[in-house]
Design a protein around this ligand. Structure first.
Ligand code: BGC
Length: 351
């Protein structure tokens, strides 16, 4: 039987990350589309899974192939939905089996009962293996020009959903937003800023430090780069995308929005820290200014398609600069060890 290399973890067990040289070939039960991996992107969720704080194994096993930010090339698709050679990414989340009202209509990103599964995160094998399979409805085709950067589609789908929901909430009343604040210049923050710039907004990005290429990447979007605290910023954003999950930044972001403003929280905090905070004053400000604060996670098929269009419209050099390290599979331990100037680290299956 043919075998593939796979990067696995034992969810719940800290530092169980392994390169398995002879993992079974993906079974057709996983989907009709057979894909040769090009690369997977690595994010904070992967680090949390590796530290033992998140993730679920596939049923009947105690391990999980990691990797949810995929990019590959189609080897075969007997259904004819994809052609051999097509660039493809796999949708991360699959609907729950009940299904809940949202999963029943393809809105698995809004699953109500938590019984959804996620490739490389929760109960479904991930994409960090030489070959993987996916059902055609969860395969997203990419423009051939995105062969170097297409693993950015997954994080872009997450921000495409955030923008979709911001726009739906904004439509509740007459609203002419101009100023956008993004907190955090990691991959999610920078991609959120890209989508803001594509919408023609006056974009501001705040980051803890001005290290590495982050200021230049922000300027490359025609946006302004800031350090310091949210409270110190001399602006009144109509839209805030909070992309740090750092509790003091989250609270400051909620207080900063303009009247009728919308604050979208995308960062997953680890919890366990308490802060002395005037909740009454925040409530008063939110009510008297018709503000919206909402959380956003994951993305459905429509958001993946929006994200594919956003990446195709973006400057390829700018996208390429988000990827600060490309590491071959053999050096996987290096890829999963964060360094100070990382933005997006990618595990490369073709080198
Ligand atoms: C992924 C999402 C996923 C979330 C929670 C994020 O890193 O991008 O697709 O829903 O983690 O598991």
């Amino acid at each position: 039987m043919a075998q593939v290399r796979a990067i696995t973890v034992t969810p719940g067990k800290p530092n169980s990350l392994r390169l398995v040289e002879c993992f079974p070939e993906p079974s057709t039960d996983e989907g009709a589309v057979l894909v040769e991996a090009i690369a997977v992107g690595i994010c904070g969720t992967d680090h949390e899974i590796i530290s033992g704080g998140y993730g679920e194994p596939v049923p009947g096993s105690d391990t999980l192939v990691i990797g949810h930010e995929s990019l590959g090339r189609v080897i075969e698709d007997p259904t004819g939905a994809m052609q051999p050679g097509d660039l493809v990414a796999g949708i991360v989340r699959h609907p729950d089996p009940v299904p809940c009202a949202n999963c029943a209509v393809g809105e698995w990103d809004m699953c109500r009962n938590g019984r959804y599964t996620e490739h490389g995160i929760k109960g479904l094998e991930g994409f960090a293996r030489d070959r993987w399979r996916i059902p055609p409805r969860f395969a997203v085709g990419l423009d051939p020009a995105l062969a170097e950067v297409g693993m950015l589609l997954e994080p872009t789908s997450v921000v495409a959903k955030a923008w979709d929901h911001i726009e739906r909430m904004g439509a509740r009343a007459a609203w002419e937003p101009r100023t956008v604040l993004v907190t955090g210049a990691g991959p999610i923050g920078l991609l959120a800023a890209l989508l803001a710039a594509q919408r023609g907004f006056d974009v501001h990005v705040l980051n803890r430090t001005a290290s590495g290429s982050k200021p230049a990447l922000v300027h490359g979007l025609g946006a302004r780069f800031h350090t310091g605290t949210v409270a110190e910023l001399d602006l009144e954003p109509d839209i805030v995308l909070e992309c740090t999950g750092a509790p003091p930044v989250v609270l400051d972001a909620m207080c900063k929005a303009a009247p009728n403003g919308i604050v979208c929280l995308t960062g997953v905090s680890s919890g366990g820290r308490t802060i002395d905070f005037d909740a009454g004053a925040l409530n008063r400000a939110l009510v008297l200014e018709n503000n919206v604060v909402f959380g956003s996670v994951n993305a459905n098929r429509r958001h993946w398609d929006l994200a594919a269009r956003a990446l195709t419209a973006a400057d390829p050099n700018w996208l390429n600069s988000l990827i600060t390290r490309r590491v071959p599979v053999e050096a996987y331990a290096e890829a999963y060890t964060p360094t100070a100037d990382d933005i997006k680290v990618v595990l490369d299956f073709q080198r």
